[in-house]
Design a protein around this ligand. Structure first.
Ligand SMILES: Cc1ncc(COP(=O)(O)O)c(C=O)c1O
Length: 381
């Protein structure tokens, strides 16, 4: 991507660490057998790589027992597994106003199929949960699940998980960490998070097609799929033990091996948050100063990406100008999150999102700011 400035890390991370392609290529050659299906050396080796990846994730995410880490195809599949596996007819779920459709659409189906109640929790104008008001409603209503995006993929707002846990002390908590795994500190068991989902391909810098769901051992969920697990093959019943209960079918062995390769470099790289927060802060501050530019991300709180609009231009027009005239890649529109745009008052067109990440430089941020400034000056306000 020569002469291109990639500011779409909220969609997926790029570039990837070199370990990713190296370990994927090695896995395609060396991991020749199906995992957990036989006792011969090659099959055991595939199973070992998957086990190592599970253990590495435990260390990064603060989980004691790796059987509670379930490999999925991505964050979306994990969220579906938990929402569909946990919620019963009539259950009440509290969500933030900034949820992604990977939460809102499964919930909508469960409203239709199981008569669940999905309720938006009180929040400020930027979508930050209002814990004072949340404290009041927790006394009036009995929630069966609280489900929040740790950080919004639209305006980057970060929810305070400690405060959330304290207010909803008795309620199971599901954290959508799509935007924060590998970016912000997460200590699942210490923070008493019951369920957490993320993909490998965003802040963890791994491949697409791999994700994880953490399931607290305190809850028993129905599996999303049934099928072959390589274990208890004599039975027509899905195994009861983890992770097999939730991992039917041949695993994405090569993808998980590539992920494991990337995770082995995690300690050296560290979390991406410090730099991402700093670069986003610069964007928010400087964009807010530009005439004709409206910013929808918080000015007085940390954020992981920025949403803005230029008066007189539709978001996709701005994004097209950014790409064609300045080589800047970003995502305009609704970002798979109409709920967030409804809350921010940015329907029907949405916003332009700039999302820095691993590899983004200060110079690239300066270039992006100059580009927006030029486009804003030329736009008819
Ligand atoms: C907040 C949030 N949740 C869930 C998802 C879904 O992730 P995936 O498409 O990797 O399954 C995304 C993806 O952008 C997201 O930003």
């Amino acid at each position: 991507m020569e002469n291109r400035i990639y500011l779409d890390h909220a969609a997926t991370s790029w570039p990837k660490p070199p370990e990713l392609s190296a370990s994927f290529a090695a896995a395609c050659v060396n991991l020749t057998a199906n995992s957990g299906r036989s006792g011969y050396r090659e099959s055991v080796e595939s199973a070992r790589v998957i086990f190592d990846a599970r253990e590495a994730l435990c260390a990064i995410l603060g989980v004691a027992d790796s059987e509670n880490i379930i490999f999925t195809r991505g964050c979306t599949e994990g969220l579906n597994l938990i929402l569909r596996g946990l919620l019963k007819p009539g259950d009440r779920v509290g969500v933030s106003p900034l949820e992604h459709n990977s939460v809102m659409r499964p919930l909508r189906r469960l409203v239709q199929e199981r008569n669940i109640i999905a309720e938006t929790l009180p929040a400020g104008l930027d979508g930050q949960l209002d814990f004072g008001l949340c404290r009041k409603i927790v006394q009036e209503r009995r929630f069966n699940l609280i489900c929040v995006a740790h950080a919004s993929n639209v305006n980057g707002v970060i929810q305070d998980l400690t405060a959330l846990r304290a207010v909803f002390a008795e309620v199971p908590l599901l954290v959508d960490a799509a935007q924060t795994a590998g970016v912000l500190p997460l200590n699942i068991e210490q923070e008493e998070i019951d369920f957490l989902c993320c993909s490998a391909h965003k802040g963890l810098l791994g491949p697409t097609g791999v994700g994880i769901a953490y399931l607290s051992p305190l809850y028993e969920l129905a599996p999303l799929y049934d099928g072959g697990t390589g274990s208890h093959s004599e039975s027509y019943e899905q195994p009861l033990f983890r992770p097999d209960r939730y991992e039917s079918g041949t695993m994405n062995i090569h993808g998980i091996a590539a992920f494991q390769g990337v995770l082995s470099g995690f300690a050296e790289r560290g979390l991406l948050g410090e730099k991402t927060l700093r670069l986003t802060q610069t964007l928010i501050e400087e964009l807010s100063k530009l005439q004709g530019v409206r910013v929808f991300s918080p000015k007085n709180a940390p954020a992981l990406c920025v949403s803005f609009n230029i008066n007189g231009l539709r978001p996709e027009e701005t994004a097209l100008r950014l790409e064609q005239d300045h080589g800047i890649l970003c995502r305009p529109g609704l970002h798979c999150s109409p709920a967030a745009h409804h809350h921010l008052g940015t329907l029907p067109d949405g916003t332009v999102r700039l999302a820095p990440g691993w590899g983004t430089t200060d110079e690239q941020i300066e270039t992006a700011l100059r580009a927006v400034s030029t486009i804003a000056k030329e736009a008819k306000h």
